[in-house]
Structure formats: structure tokens, C-alpha cells
Design a protein around this ligand. Structure first.
Ligand code: AR6
Length: 175
């Protein structure tokens, strides 16, 4: 059984095995939580990202996929970078957003991570409405078979925290 919780705070301050980053396909950094993770984690993360680009992801990491690097100076062993979909009103991309959580947990399992912190992937610059982003995030983690023992959603602002806390407090679907 995976314990799921939601807390309000800065994900770069978390002490967990793996911190998930809402990256972009370039893996070369950006704003939002991505910028914060690289700033606090230091240059070792970007160095690993550049190596991954050169060896595997010359065309970039596809949306919905996830890949791990060192966590540099962060209080974690790994950063798992995932690429969320940009929100669209004309196309249903929720499968891709669910894939970010599933793939991140798959990578966490490969690493042997037991505690994982997630931000609200796609809910910032990529424009996903927070209630919907929270529903997809929590539902997907509940539905994913994983050896991860604790998933902590770390939400920056109160609105995001409330949206996630509501989903976490809801009873899961039976089965
Ligand atoms: N801790 C926890 N959550 C945070 C933090 C933090 N330190 N900082 C921001 N958030 P975003 P996206 C929240 O924009 O929508 C980047 O430039 C934020 O309030 O970081 O997936 C990448 O390089 C929001 O709820 O990610 C990509 O180009 C959530 O994290 C693009 O943004 C996600 O917001 C990805 O956009």
C-alpha cells in the first residue's frame, strides 16, 4: 500500500528519496519548479541532464515520459524529471498527464526509491486547471502498482494545496 499525502510548501526543501521535477522536453531547465530545483540543487543536475540529452534524448524527452538524475545538493538521492503536457481546451491530454505520474513511479521503482515528492505537474506555466490536475494526479497514483511507500504532493500555494488535499481525503475507488 502506498501512503498518499498533500502538504503545502517548497518541494526543494523536501527530504525524500526522489523529488519529481515538472521539466520540459529540453531537460535544460526553465522557470517554475524546474528553475527552483536547479537553483537549489546546483549544477550537478544540469550536468546529468546534458549527458542524458547527449546519450539518449537528442530530440528531447517526450511528453509523459520520465527520467532520473542526481539530486545534487537537494536533500534527496534523485530528481525524476517528467514532461507534462501543455493544457489544451480542444484536445484531451489527460492521458499524458497521468502518464507523467505513472512513468515517474516506474522510474522510482527502478531506482529503489521508497519516498517520492511530486509537484502539481502541468498546473503552472502549462496551464492545467488545478482541480483537474489534482484529480488526475491522485487517481493515477492510487491506480498505479508501485513499491513506493509514500507519495507526498508538495503544493506551492494554498489553492493547489486545497485542491490536492480534497482529492487525497476522498475515499479511493473500490478495487
Ligand atoms: N515547490 C513546489 N511547487 C512549486 C514550486 C516549488 N518550489 N515552484 C512552483 N511550483 P510549473 P508546468 C508549482 O510552471 O506547469 C518550467 O519552465 C507551481 O505553482 O513549474 O509543468 C519548465 O521548464 C505549479 O502549481 O510547471 C517547463 O517549461 C506547479 O509547481 C514548464 O515550466 C507546476 O508549475 C512546465 O510547466
Amino acid at each position: 500500500m502506498t501512503t498518499i499525502e498533500a502538504v503545502q510548501g517548497d518541494i526543494t526543501r523536501e527530504r525524500v528519496d526522489a523529488i519529481v521535477n515538472a521539466a520540459n522536453s529540453s531537460l535544460l531547465g526553465g522557470g517554475g519548479v524546474d528553475g527552483a530545483i536547479h537553483r537549489r540543487g546546483g549544477p550537478a543536475i544540469l550536468e546529468d541532464c546534458r549527458k542524458l540529452r547527449a546519450s539518449h534524448y537528442g530530440k528531447g524527452l517526450a511528453t509523459g515520459r520520465a527520467v532520473a538524475t542526481t539530486a545534487g545538493n537537494l536533500d534527496a538521492r534523485w530528481v525524476i524529471h517528467t514532461v507534462g503536457p501543455v493544457y489544451s481546451t480542444t484536445e484531451d491530454r489527460s492521458g499524458l498527464l497521468a502518464s507523467c505520474y505513472r512513468e515517474s513511479l516506474r522510474v522510482a521503482d527502478e531506482l529503489g526509491a521508497r519516498t517520492v515528492a511530486f509537484p502539481a505537474v502541468s498546473a503552472g506555466v502549462y496551464g492545467w486547471p488545478i482541480e483537474d490536475a489534482a484529480r488526475i494526479a491522485v487517481q493515477t497514483v492510487r491506480d498505479t502498482e508501485t513499491a513506493v511507500e509514500e507519495v507526498r504532493f508538495v503544493l506551492f500555494d494554498e489553492r493547489a494545496f486545497t485542491a490536492f488535499a480534497e482529492q487525497v481525503d476522498k475515499p479511493g475507488r473500490p478495487g
